[in-house]
Design a protein around this ligand. Structure first.
Ligand SMILES: Nc1ncnc2c1ncn2[C@@H]1O[C@H](COP(=O)(O)OP(=O)(O)OP(=O)(O)O)[C@@H](O)[C@H]1O
Length: 270
C-alpha cells in the first residue's frame, strides 16, 4: 500500500480553480519533487497533502501509520519574542536535549542551538525548520521550497542531508523546488504541475517531455542535460528505465498546457 494517494483532486477557492483532477501516489522511501511555474498550485497541493486544506472534490487516502513532518515556505517570527533555537525545537512538546542536538547537527545547524530564532539568516532558519520537522521521525517529510535562501554549497549539503534522512528514517520526501537542475539530480521522480499534473516520471524523461519544455523552455532542458552530463560517475539512463518514462497528461503537442478552466474542476463532485 502506498503512503498516500490522491484521486481526481480538485481545489476551488473563492471561485478560482487552483487544482483540477490531480491524481498521484507516493511510495515509502521515494524522493519526489513537484515543479511548476509560480501560481501553479504547488503550495496548495502540499497543504492539501498535510491535511491543512480540504479538497473541493476527489479523494485523499492516507496510510493509517502516515506521519508527516512539514517545512513551510516561510514562517513569521516576531522579532520581539525572545526564543532560542533550542527552545523552539522543544515546542510544542518537550524533547530530550540529546534528540534536539542530534537533529540540529544532522541538519548542519548544531552551532545554532543557543542563538535567537529571530536573529537567524534565511538559510539558517531553513536548516532549523528541517531539523524540527524530523524530530518526530516522520514517514513523510514535506518541504515547501526548503532550500530557498541557501547558497550553492549549502544547497548541495541540503540535498545530501535529505538523501541521508531518507536512508536513515526510510521516509518518503515530497518537496517543491524551483531549482530545476538540482531537482533533477536529487529526485527519484518529478511531478510537473500547472493546475493539473502535466507530466511525471523519472527526471531525465520529464526533462525531455514536450510539456516540461513548453513550461520551462529549452534553456532549462539544456541546463539539466549539461548538469547531468558533467556529474562524476553518473550513468546515462539505460533501456530498463524506459519503463519509468514520463507519463504525459497534457497531450503530446508542444503548446503550453492550458490553465485549468473552472468548468473542468470537480466535474466528478456530487
Ligand atoms: N484562498 C485562496 N483564494 C483564492 N485563490 C487562491 C487562494 N489560495 C491560493 N490561491 C491562488 O491559487 C494559485 C496557486 O497558489 P499556490 O500558492 O499554490 O501556487 P505555487 O505554485 O505554490 O506558487 P509559487 O511558486 O509562487 O509559490 C495562485 O494563483 C494563488 O493566488
Amino acid at each position: 500500500m502506498s503512503l498516500l494517494m490522491l484521486d481526481a483532486i480538485g481545489v476551488v477557492r473563492n471561485g478560482n480553480v487552483i487544482l483540477d483532477d490531480v491524481s498521484l501516489e507516493l511510495a515509502r522511501g521515494e524522493i519526489v519533487t513537484i515543479v511548476g511555474p509560480n501560481g501553479s498550485g504547488k503550495s496548495t497541493l502540499l497543504r492539501l497533502i498535510i491535511g491543512a486544506l480540504a479538497p473541493s472534490c476527489g479523494r485523499v487516502t492516507r496510510d493509517e501509520h502516515l506521519s508527516i513532518g512539514y517545512v513551510p515556505q516561510r514562517i513569521q517570527i516576531d522579532p520581539t519574542l525572545p526564543v532560542t533555537v533550542g527552545r523552539f525545537m522543544a515546542l510544542p512538546h518537550r524533547r530530550h536535549q540529546s534528540d534536539i542536538e542530534a537533529a540540529l547537527t544532522s541538519a548542519g545547524a548544531g552551532d545554532l542551538i543557543k542563538r535567537q530564532l529571530s536573529a537567524l539568516s534565511g538559510g539558517q532558519l531553513q536548516k532549523v525548520l528541517v531539523a524540527r520537522a524530523l524530530l518526530e521521525r516522520p514517514s513523510l517529510l514535506v518541504l515547501d521550497e526548503a532550500n530557498q535562501g541557501l547558497d550553492h554549497r549549502a544547497t548541495a549539503e541540503f540535498y545530501r542531508h535529505i538523501d541521508r534522512v531518507r536512508t536513515e528514517l526510510g521516509c518518503a520526501v515530497l518537496m517543491v523546488s524551483h531549482e530545476l537542475h538540482v531537482v533533477m539530480k536529487a529526485s527519484d521522480r518529478v511531478i510537473c504541475l500547472n493546475g493539473t499534473v502535466c507530466c511525471q516520471g523519472r527526471p531525465e524523461r520529464v526533462a525531455a517531455s514536450p510539456e516540461w519544455q513548453s513550461l520551462f523552455g529549452i534553456e532549462e532542458r539544456d541546463a539539466v542535460a549539461f548538469y547531468r552530463h558533467t556529474e562524476p560517475g553518473h550513468a546515462e539512463p539505460d533501456q530498463g528505465e524506459q519503463a519509468h518514462d514520463a507519463q504525459s497528461h497534457a497531450g503530446s503537442g508542444h503548446e503550453a498546457p492550458a490553465a485549468p478552466q473552472q468548468e473542468r474542476a470537480c466535474r466528478h463532485a456530487g
